[in-house]
Design a protein around this ligand. Structure first.
Ligand code: ATP
Ligand code: MG
Length: 576
């Protein structure tokens, strides 16, 4: 079963993660039964501040914070900042904002691996004293050569047998800055013949002169992830250390380190499958590349799978959490269909978004029999899904705009919208009939349509039971507000942009049509005072939100969040 099938489960009444069981919750239930960890549940979300969070991180956030919430436990936010050359406070700030936006809170439990640098150093000294770590003078290349292969055991470092005293002295001088970058490492003494590479005397510390975003140049040695992570978990009293599957082979090392330090607790590492989404790349390294090469406008480009990009696009935290809930947590990697994410989004927006009318490609209509200067205020329903959203008045006048697409001079059989001599309904307003076309005499382009309206059809119903085949949205020309509308599509044009089998790079698959900026769109006047982040359904067109970055200078800019067409429902039907 692919994990997108998980979305087929009936989850209509499951709005919180609490209703969903998974193998991690089974482990926790079992631990609670046996009173392991003193019946505490304490998780953590440990991002490295080397980029903005993406939708994959949301899965981990919902999982870790969701478990803490449902088991009345705690979840820490810990920045795993052991790699100073790639990390930055900009990323720290964005991570905080994104986790909060998703609706989670870590109270005062915000930690940094760098908070533990001194302790980590002291534990490393302890390991040297135990005869279980040594300073190695091999260069990174030489270390690799000694590592062996899948079929051959590694060979011990020639520096393996240094005395404890010499190791202590060298390690303190590594810290003091006596040696150049990369010239020495501290390594654990485990087993060069282990079938698991991670256990072949792994490096614990490296020498690196780089400015750290928090500790500045206080340190010139930095702990490696495998060492820092398990000790940080133990120092924080974490009970269940939940990570993605690629760390499965690192678990023996996680356990080995903690086994050496009797006074530290021993969290249980549990691995789950990371989220992969179609039409998306999800590694921060690649997302950074897109930003740095200017292939997107920034980390919060509305086409990016980052949480900041999705927020700007109009995604709601509720939709993202509901998606994470539906895909579930599995032990095997799979790829989830983007259509499921969009389905969750539509489901949420359908409930909350006010319906309004907006015309993206305006075609002017002059209603010849409508009195000049007259304005009708018509009742419109704000959200048929939510009665409490109420109604509003929409002005109607002699000149209106409809979509260019809603008119055809020579319509084929299957076209039911406006055409010469044909009558259609204007939503909430009147029936109108197209009487003639006004064209530019030089170019032949259509400038306007002349129509007549039937005053008896006010509100959109005909008293004589006359039927029309189409209902069009419209705006009053003199009342409408002008706006820019950005239409977004998938950032990549193939479902698996990471597929390099044809010698291609993921960037070769960027969708050249992923953004279309439309100017001169006309929006109904009730949106004149809309604020950044406000969400709407433009009737018949899709869901849109006010762009948070582009609307500042008084002009309105809308981003299309998602279209109305639900591919997921079709996929579901096809599978039945
Ligand atoms: P990336 O590969 O995108 O750089 P990462 O794993 O290096 O991601 P971290 O900052 O180390 O990013 O991740 C923080 C937490 O989020 C980790 O526990 C990691 O396992 C989890 N995580 C990262 N990507 C995903 C994903 N696609 N699905 C689920 N969890 C993820
Ligand atoms: Mg990482």
């Amino acid at each position: 079963m692919s994990s997108s099938d998980a979305g087929l489960k009936d989850t209509a009444d499951k709005n919180t993660a609490s209703a969903v069981s998974n193998f991690i919750r089974d482990i926790i239930d079992e631990d609670l039964c046996t009173c392991k960890n003193g019946s505490r549940v304490h998780t953590r979300f440990p991002p490295e501040p080397n980029g903005y969070l993406h939708i994959g991180h949301a899965k981990s956030i919902c999982l870790n914070f969701g478990i803490a919430r449902d088991y009345k436990g705690l979840c820490n936010l810990r920045f795993d900042d052991t790699n100073p050359s790639k990390e930055d406070t900009e990323y720290v700030d964005s991570i905080r904002e994104d986790v909060r936006w998703l609706g989670f809170d870590w109270d005062d439990r915000e930690f940094f691996a760098s908070d533990y640098f001194e302790k980590l150093y002291q534990y490393a000294v302890e390991l040297i004293n135990l005869g279980k770590a040594f300073v190695c003078d091999l260069t990174p290349d030489q270390v690799r050569q000694h590592r062996g292969s899948l079929t051959e055991p590694g060979t011990p470092s020639p520096f393996y047998s240094r005395s404890i005293e010499e190791n202590l002295d060298l390690f303190s001088r590594m810290r003091a800055g006596d040696f150049p970058d990369g010239s020495r490492t501290l390594r654990a003494k485990i087993d060069m013949a282990s079938p698991n590479f991670n256990m072949r005397d792994p490096i614990m510390y490296r020498i690196l002169r780089a400015d750290h975003h928090r500790t500045g140049n206080l340190w010139c040695i930095y702990p490696m992830y495998d060492y820092a992570h398990c000790v940080s978990d133990a120092l924080e009293g974490i009970t269940h250390s939940i990570c993605t599957l690629e760390f499965e082979d690192h678990r023996p090392l996680y356990d080995w380190f903690l086994d050496q330090f009797a006074e530290l607790g021993h969290p249980q590492q549990i691995e789950f499958a990371r989220l992969n989404l179609t039409y998306t790349v999800m590694s921060k390294r690649r997302l950074l590349e897109l930003v740095q090469q200017g292939l997107v406008s920034g980390w919060d480009d509305p086409r990016m799978p980052t949480l900041s990009g999705m927020r700007r696009r109009g995604y709601t935290p509720e939709a993202i959490c509901s998606f994470c809930d539906r895909i579930g947590v599995a032990k095997r990697d799979s790829t989830v269909d983007m259509a499921l994410l969009e389905h969750c989004l539509r489901e949420d927006l359908n409930k909350r978004a006010r319906r309004v009318m907006a015309v993206l490609r305006p075609l002017r209509i002059i209603i010849d029999n409508y009195p000049e200067g007259q304005i009708d205020e018509l009742h419109a329903i704000n959200n048929p899904e939510d009665q409490s959203a109420g109604t509003r008045m929409v002005p109607f006048s002699r000149e209106i705009f409809i979509e260019q697409d809603d008119f055809m001079e020579n319509p084929p059989k299957e076209f039911f919208r406006l055409a010469p001599g044909r009558e259609v309904r204007l939503r909430y307003a009147y029936f109108i009939k197209c009487e003639s076309i006004e064209k530019d005499t030089a170019t032949g382009d259509i400038i306007a349509l002349h129509c007549t309206y039937d005053p008896a059809t006010r509100g959109g119903d005909s008293p004589d039971g006359r039927k029309v085949k189409a209902t069009l949205h419209w705006v009053s020309a003199s009342h409408a507000v002008e706006a820019q509308v950005n239409l977004y599509d998938k950032l990549f044009s193939v479902s698996d942009p990471s597929d390099t089998s044809e010698g291609k790079d993921y960037k070769d698959y960027l969708n050249p049509y992923s953004i279309e900026c439309m100017n001169g769109c006309r929006i109904e006047p009730s949106l004149a005072s809309a604020k950044p982040g406000d969400l709407y359904q433009f009737e018949r067109l899709g869901y849109f939100c006010i762009d948070s970055a582009g609307s500042s200078n008084g002009s309105l800019v809308f981003n299309r969040t998602v279209t109305l067409r639900d591919e997921w429902t079709k996929i579901k039907k096809g599978k039945k």
